[in-house]
Design a protein around this ligand. Structure first.
Ligand code: SAH
Ligand code: SF4
Ligand code: F3S
Length: 469
């Protein structure tokens, strides 16, 4: 048993990242016939981690099912970013307990992901959730085969609090046959004062560009149409490695593989270079869509958040991207109600929204995370006030989303068709180059292809269109 602890999670030493090339083969008959169900919370990184977890499970014979009730093992891949992520997990655990006590007493319940990295979560599980069988963290996903092969009857918590290594040769079980996530960088050293990620994911460590490019080339060979380069700070890529490519150089090399679409997420404004903008402009297959978190428009709050830019610097960068990257769509993340955010501070945020007129935004009420500096800050603003601000902000954001979407009407857009619309099975859905969701009628054979769609109607969160023949 290994429990996580905050002080080790926070530590940054000058220990070099180890690059570990996995090569162990497992016997697929060990858990032959056994089924797994995986539920994923949180960001794209976690979605991609679930594709890794699936690979480790399938290595030892498990196969995937879509209903928890049919499973022999349930994996809950958790997120810790805000308190409501916690609530969701504990809610779902109740359902798992019900299945375990009523229909399947042998059900293995496993928890992993960012919440597993939290000291307080593991002690709660240890004390109050005896029916959870296994907890592992973000740093030892690749030990999953061993953890299951050697599993005993007792609850096992195996979570490492460390800076982390880089694992290669992972044979991801990707959810899609045409669109793939590719990690380029793990962890984060920015330590924004509200954020738990540097504690749950370890230090910033870049993969070697040769390994990344090899992975992308294989994806191209396998017929993939789109890759999204992933990292908590994608554009800080390479800064932790001597002699490695910069993010802009890596992006150029990924574009050179001729994959049809390249995306990247998430960029930090502080690491956004002119070279990156040039690569986006010069390569048709690098999509003109950028997610650029703002967090707040108030210089005072940005400073308290540790974001390393001012309101003016953000706006300048935004305008530079808009000027150079024709037709770019830019989305953002905004937090309202950071400790003691005043009405004036909030007005500054609204001011940036009015200037930038974002294509869309993820907006959140600040949620104190244990162990982060902001959680210790005094806060006199009521939840009611914060909810009011969130509502006002969302109204404004939605107006601009609709306004931006309306510009698409009558235009013909290239759409990568992803699947069948859940609410209306006569329709397909997919995304434009600028990451706009489009619904339109068409045959299922089009799934996985890039097609021309004429936009007929704009809504706040999506576009309707007609297939162009
Ligand atoms: N690495 C990315 C963000 C990862 S977290 C970046 O730096 O932009 C995704 C978003 O969650 C953040 O952009 C932020 O808006 C929000 N977030 C993070 N911590 C939060 C907290 N404690 N309370 C509310 N929102 C938070
Ligand atoms: Fe969190 Fe800031 Fe790192 Fe993003 S850059 S993951 S918000 S600490
Ligand atoms: Fe959540 Fe961890 Fe991602 S905290 S947002 S799953 S990095």
């Amino acid at each position: 048993m290994k429990l996580p602890n905050l002080s080790d999670a926070r530590k940054r030493t000058d220990k070099k990242t180890e690059y570990i090339y996995l090569d162990k083969e497992y016997d697929k008959s060990i858990f032959k016939g056994k089924k797994y169900f995986i539920k994923t919370y949180g960001c794209q990184m976690n979605v991609h981690d679930s594709e890794e977890i699936s690979a480790h499970l399938e290595n030892i014979g498990f196969s995937k099912v879509e209903e928890m009730e049919d499973a022999d093992i349930v994996i809950l891949n958790t997120c810790a970013i805000r308190e409501n992520a916690h609530d969701k997990l504990f809610g779902f655990l109740g359902r798992c307990k019900h299945v375990k006590t009523t229909s399947n007493p042998n059900l293995i319940i496993a928890i992993c992901g960012c919440m597993a990295q939290e000291e307080s979560v593991c002690s709660t599980i240890k004390e109050k959730y005896p029916y959870v069988d296994l907890v592992f963290g973000t740093h030892n996903i690749c030990d999953l085969e061993e953890l299951l092969i050697n599993k005993s009857e007792k609850q096992n918590i195996e979570v490492l609090s460390c800076e982390g290594n880089v694992y290669e040769n992972i044979k991801y079980k990707r959810d899609s046959k045409f669109k793939a996530w590719v990690n380029i960088q793990y962890g984060c050293d920015k330590f924004c004062t509200y954020c738990i990620v540097p504690y749950t994911r370890g230090k910033q460590r870049s993969r070697k560009s040769a390994d990344i490019l090899k992975e992308v080339e294989e994806l191209v060979k396998d017929g993939y149409k789109e890759v999204t380069l992933l990292g908590q700070n994608v554009n800080a890529y390479g800064k932790d490695l001597d002699g490695e490519l910069s993010f802009a150089e890596l992006l150029q090399k990924v574009a050179d593989t001729k994959i049809e679409r390249v995306r990247f997420v998430t960029s930090h404004p502080w690491d956004f270079t002119d070279e990156m903008i040039d690569v986006i402009v010069n390569n048709d297959n690098v999509m003109n869509y950028i997610h650029l978190p703002l967090q707040s428009g108030s210089d005072r709050i940005l400073k308290l958040m540790g974001r390393r830019y001012t309101k003016d610097e953000y706006i300048k960068l935004f305008n530079k991207i808009k000027d150079k990257v024709k037709g770019a769509s830019i989305t953002t993340d905004i937090i309202v109600g950071f400790p003691n955010e005043s009405e004036e501070d909030f007005k500054e945020t609204l001011d940036v929204v009015n200037i930038c007129k974002f294509d869309s935004a993820f907006t959140f009420i600040y949620s104190p995370r244990e162990g982060t500096p902001a959680a210790k800050m005094d806060d006199k603003i009521s939840l009611e006030e914060k909810e009011k601000r969130l509502y006002e902000l969302n109204e404004l954001i939605n107006n601009y989303s609709l306004m931006n979407n309306k510009k698409y009407v009558d235009r013909v857009e290239k759409v990568l068709v992803e699947g069948i619309n859940e609410k209306d099975s006569s329709k397909l859905f997919g995304y434009t180059e600028t990451m706009k969701l489009v619904n339109f009628e068409g045959s299922q054979d089009l799934i996985g292809q890039i097609v021309d769609v004429q936009i007929t109607e704009a809504k706040s969160f999506s576009l309707d269109g007609k297939l162009k023949r």
